[in-house]
Design a protein. Structure first.
Length: 255
């Protein structure tokens, strides 16, 4: 006598239970950080979950950068004859303070466009306000706490295959220079000719925080009165001091 396989009530309940859990997590906001993995087969279904969110999904925030100077070259408190300090940037990056696990921390790009479109800026230029337009687009950055910042420079002796700034106020002497009040110009050198690093004591509070989905403005302010410019043969060596501060993003940053 032929036999017929009839799905058991247990199998049907299993399938219903799988879909009920998935629908519940879609319907309720409380499941927003709940990761569900499911396998549904003709013979049954299994569901596993964790309350810590799905692995591999990186939380991010948004950062708008501004470079500024704490004084202007014509300020009474600025005795130096230095009028401009031009640096050409090919990257501005931040280092996480507490990287997860035992892995070495990776620098996060704060201005990723600079990798293909370097920009020359004047460290002595002072913005009209904290919400003045900037030369950098808002960047998407991993959420977390950051304790160091570095400005990566286009070297004066560069590889012809590498991108360079569209405009160069330093002329033939390179892409980083100091211009005196009388117009005299010197190539700029530093302890490391490829970057200017800002340690934790150069960040207000020792760190800055980027929260998931947040929009912040990060100001990197050059402090001429706390910096040193030393002659080094035909070049000038810059020993800079910066202050990094964080504020809520200006409305114009999101337009």
């Amino acid at each position: 006598m032929p036999t017929h396989h009839i799905p058991s009530a247990l199998t049907r309940v299993s399938h219903v239970g799988v879909f009920a859990i998935l629908l519940a997590c879609i319907a309720f906001a409380g499941c927003g950080d709940f990761c569900v993995h499911g396998v549904i087969n003709p013979g049954g279904g299994t569901v596993t979950g964790t309350g810590n969110g799905c692995p591999g999904l990186k939380q991010t925030g948004n950062v708008a950068l501004q470079l500024n100077s704490s004084v202007t070259p014509d300020a009474p408190s600025w005795p130096s004859d230095v009028k401009h300090i031009f640096v050409s940037l090919r990257g501005i990056e931040a280092l996480p303070a507490n990287p997860p696990g035992d892995e070495s921390p990776a620098w996060e790009e704060l201005a990723p466009d600079l990798a293909t479109q370097p920009v020359q800026v004047d460290l002595m230029a002072r913005a009209a306000s904290s919400c003045s337009p900037t030369a950098f687009h808002e960047a998407v950055v991993g959420a977390g706490v950051y304790s160091q910042v570095r400005l990566r420079l286009v070297p004066n002796q560069f590889d012809a295959s590498e991108p360079v700034p569209a405009e160069n106020a330093c002329g033939e002497i390179g892409f980083n220079c100091i211009v005196a009040s009388d117009g005299a110009m010197r190539p700029l050198a530093s302890n490391d000719s490829t970057e200017l690093r800002i340690p934790p004591d150069g960040i207000v509070g020792g760190f800055f925080r980027i929260r998931p989905d947040d929009h912040i403005r990060l100001t990197i302010e050059f402090e001429p009165l706390a910096s040193f410019i030393l002659p080094a043969g035909d070049t000038a060596q810059l020993l800079p001091t910066f202050a990094v501060t964080q504020q809520s993003s200006c409305e114009s940053d999101r337009e």
